[in-house]
Write a protein that binds this ligand. Structure first.
Ligand code: HEM
Ligand SMILES: Nc1nc2c(c(=O)[nH]1)N[C@H]1C(S)=C(S)[C@@H](COP(=O)(O)O)O[C@H]1N2
Ligand SMILES: [Mo]
Length: 393
């Protein structure tokens, strides 16, 4: 292409860009709208990042064992419910923010300097990572995995990408944000102000609807409003929601429950406990929540043997515990219970739920129930507990 036609091409692109910008024009748009929605979005994203990283540390206790807590017992129920609510509220905010700034995509020339180019790349990364993050998050709460990559690892990696590109974005825009906060913004025409308030009211209403439609899931009196969540705590075997049934997990009732043994391995020493032996030991009753990673929470009355007492009977006095299920395959057939959780006096090898023996779907013959843990790590259908050194053993 010669120079003349390049210039002609540039002029055409600029003219098309001007037309498109004209068509996309709205008096509501401007720094003010972007900053106001951006501020709400920064808040919900920050909440998602903090609560999400906490969930990750619980699931990956080897990374940073000191910062996960078994008390208060409802801690994870709160952090993860807040995660799902803040994540869902982010969706209308994100859409509002994109509406506020998308004409920038139509501007010609697209890049005016190296710095400007870098800024645009960081925004492209932020926007695409955010859209994928919230989309897979929501789809995951419906326990639907239509993609070929693992949800948790992808969601976690994207959280870092979001954090990095968000920091760059805020740093680059800092002068505009600070000017807005100092109140030195240009006075806008009354018409523009009205238009902006209409958009903010719409985005705000959608955000409140997203909040109510998810947060109400865990408030029994208003549960009917939880239109955006897939499950209902309270509906399921023994009045407690079931995430994965015994059938789905491929666990069949032991041919004879009398043949079942819970193995407790401490070093070379292996102890075995039958259901009758466990039931004959001193029992404890605990009210502890199932706090599913997908955001539903339900308190339940568990009865069984305190884990610490059982470990002591098997010869242990400290250490992390590997917990294995009768389930043959699946991500949750095994979990590591860090020392702080294993030796918490609230932690049970539960045999009963609401005074009745556990149903098969809730983990018969025995399941783990510990305070402050994601539901997904509350292993059902126990087969073996293995104390590993990692503690003071
Ligand atoms: C900016 C938005 C978000 C960020 C930064 C974020 C971040 C995170 C992080 C870091 C984790 C821990 C992952 C791990 O254990 O490795 C997590 C877990 C999770 N997030 Fe998000 N998240 C966001 C939005 C959402 C949304 C919108 C939903 C759904 C409504 C969602 C649902 C979940 C679920 C269900 C888990 C638990 C995954 C599991 O353990 O199986 N997230 N999130
Ligand atoms: N062995 C095993 N235990 C498991 C699961 C599983 O798939 N396999 N699912 C977990 C999940 S995701 C949750 S939320 C809780 C739910 O317990 P509940 O079905 O008794 O309500 O059990 C957990 N325990
Ligand atoms: Mo779960």
């Amino acid at each position: 292409m010669d120079r003349e036609s390049t210039r002609a091409g540039g002029r055409i692109a600029a003219a098309v860009s001007a037309k498109l910008l004209d068509a996309a024009h709205s008096p509501a748009r401007g720094t003010r709208l972007s900053v106001v929605i951006g501020r709400w979005l920064a808040l919900t994203f920050a909440v998602c990042l903090v609560t999400g990283f906490y969930s990750h540390l619980l699931q990956d206790p080897s990374t940073w064992p000191g910062v996960t807590f078994s008390r208060p017992a409802w801690l994870y129920a709160v952090t993860q419910s807040v995660h799902i609510v803040a994540g869902t509220v982010s969706i209308p905010l994100l859409l509002g923010k994109l509406w506020a700034v998308y004409p920038e995509l139509l501007r010609w020339p697209p890049v005016t300097s190296v710095l400007h180019g870098l800024e645009r790349v960081s925004i492209a990364v932020l926007v695409s990572a955010s859209l994928v993050e919230v989309t897979i998050g929501v789809i995951n709460t419906f326990q639907w995995y239509p993609w070929p990559f693992p949800f948790r690892e992808t969601h976690f990696a994207l959280a870092w990408v979001i954090l990095g590109s968000l920091l760059i974005h805020v740093a680059v825009k800092y002068p505009k944000i600070a000017a807005h906060w100092r109140g030195s913004r240009a006075a806008s025409a009354p018409e523009a102000g009205r238009a902006r308030r209409r958009v903010l009211a719409l985005v705000g209403t959608a955000a409140v609807a997203a909040f109510v439609g998810t947060a109400s899931e865990n408030v029994p009196a208003v549960r009917a409003l939880a239109v955006f969540t897939p499950r209902r705590p309270g509906r399921g075997s023994q009045g407690l929601a079931v995430n994965r049934t015994a059938e789905a997990a491929g666990v069949a009732l032991p041919a004879d429950a009398a043949d079942w043994r819970l193995r407790v391995v401490v070093g070379e020493r292996v102890s075995e406990f039958s259901l009758a032996e466990l039931a004959a030991r001193p029992q404890a009753e605990r009210s502890l929540p199932i706090a599913c990673v997908e955001g539903w929470v339900q308190d339940a009355a568990w009865g069984g043997v305190p884990l610490a007492a059982l470990l002591e009977a098997a010869g242990a006095s400290a250490g992390d515990v590997v917990v294995e299920s009768l389930e043959r395959a699946g991500n949750y057939r095994m979990t590591i219970l860090p020392e702080r959780f294993a030796w918490d006096p609230l932690t049970l090898v539960a045999l009963r739920l609401g005074g009745e023996p556990l149903s098969l779907d809730h983990g018969f013959p025995a399941r783990l129930i510990a305070p402050g843990r994601p539901g997904v790590l509350q292993t059902k259908w126990l087969a073996e507990l293995r104390v590993i050194t990692g503690g003071k053993a």
